[in-house]
Design a protein around this ligand. Structure first.
Ligand code: KG4
Ligand code: ZN
Length: 375
């Protein structure tokens, strides 16, 4: 079967076309087309995503991205009803005005070509984003020996730990009580006078700082690791962000031009990234141990963070060292770089499983944008 997937939950207009074949317990995917049009340059001016502007851009971009993806896949629009079995579309969580543009676009195609719509949870998409590797084909093995699975979802809007005991069965065991990790990266970047999105900028400076010698100066730059030792699996990044604000304010009192010193920015970036990554990794490892996890899946924009990837791998090796027998099957997966951010390919995969499980409304009027949709 062929699937058309649409994603417009934030600032990327994305459409993908995939073909899926079932062979026993394996679902074999072939990517026919996968396009993402980013609005980052437009939102940069505002230092974050501006919902009304995102909506306007999605409306403009959707038909363009659609024609491009059809052309690349060598599929004619008039043949959609003959070739495609389902349209999968992100219905939440995300910015509602942005979500609606994708949903309305999907509904128009659904009516015109008589193809059912399968609503998809954006976060579920991020979980499935680990499957495609390099190349045009990939396989999702439906055998159950990968469970229990744990997913750390870290993006601009979410920071969650999800326990997955079986396909499509999710239990949220922890989440941020205030800001999301990506949001904290973006806000701290702004304080450091770095452009949006802040994650890659902070990460670049932090990497540079790790190569610098340690100076006395660095002793002044210490930030908290909020909730790291709390008994639950929750996170909090708002206090950390405020700590950076006060730190910069205090440094500026001594020297108003302090942020012109690139070394200062690098060292703040490093300490901030350390604080976020240590907290994320600590709780993830704690959950792996408690629930005897076999598969860790990290997804969402922040999963692109190299330091998070390195520290996760390092701690997993430590688990193996301390209790190899229990954790010999433990594996961890991050998406390929191109799929860490928002894309429609992940919506196609998650949508395929929803379709297989018959989890979609028969009436189009039931398909609505849900900004706060939860897993
Ligand atoms: O998943 P995503 O593309 O959009 C949402 O659904 O929110 O995530 C975007 C977030 C932004 O906050 C961005 O700063 C962050 O992911 N991000 C990073 C990195 N690359 C993107 N954060 C830390 N390190 C990175 N390398
Ligand atoms: Zn996302």
């Amino acid at each position: 079967m062929k699937i058309l997937a649409i994603e417009t939950s934030c600032d990327e207009t994305a459409i993908a076309l995939v073909e899926v074949k079932n062979e026993g317990k394996k679902a074999k995917f072939k990517i026919l087309g996968n396009e993402v049009s980013s609005q980052i340059d437009i939102h940069k001016e505002y230092g974050g995503v501006f919902p009304a502007l995102a909506k306007r851009e999605h409306l403009k971009n959707l038909p363009l991205v659609f024609s491009k993806v059809l052309k690349k896949a060598k599929i004619q629009e008039k043949n959609l009803n003959k070739e495609f079995t389902a349209i999968t579309v992100t219905t939440g969580p995300g910015l509602e005005p942005a979500l609606w543009t994708g949903i309305v676009f999907a509904k128009e195609l659904s009516i015109k070509y008589n193809i059912p719509i399968v609503p998809v949870n954006h976060m579920e998409g991020h979980i499935f984003s680990i499957f495609p590797k390099k190349g045009k084909t990939f396989t999702v093995d439906l055998n159950k020996n990968i469970f229990p699975m744990l997913s750390l979802l870290v993006s601009g809007g979410h920071t969650e730990l999800i326990l997955i005991k079986d396909w499509m069965k999710y239990k949220k065991i922890g989440q941020t009580r205030d800001d999301a990790a990506g949001e904290a990266f973006d806000k701290v970047a702004r304080m450091l006078e770095l452009p949006y999105p802040g994650g890659p900028e902070i990460s670049r400076l932090a990497d540079q700082a790790r190569k610098l010698r340690i100076t006395n100066y660095e002793l002044l730059i210490k930030l908290p690791r909020p909730m790291i030792y709390s008994k639950d699996y929750d996170f909090s990044f708002s206090g950390l962000k405020t700590a950076v604000l006060y730190l910069i304010r205090d440094l500026k009192e001594k020297n108003p031009n302090i942020l012109e010193d690139i070394e200062v920015k690098q060292k703040i970036a490093k300490e901030f990234e350390n604080a976020v990554v240590e907290t994320l990794v600590h709780k993830t490892i704690k959950a792996i141990k408690q629930y005897k996890i076999k598969t860790l899946v990290v997804g969402g924009g922040v999963s692109a963070n190299t330091y998070l990837q390195e520290q996760t791998q390092k701690e997993i090796k430590n688990i193996w060292k301390s209790d190899f027998l229990t954790f010999k099957d433990l594996k961890s997966y991050f998406p390929s770089r191109a799929l860490t951010g928002d894309n429609a390919l992940m919506i196609a995969i998650a949508g395929y499983f929803q379709y297989k499980n018959k989890k979609y409304p028969k009436r189009l009027s039931f398909i609505k944008a849900k900004g706060n949709l939860s897993l």
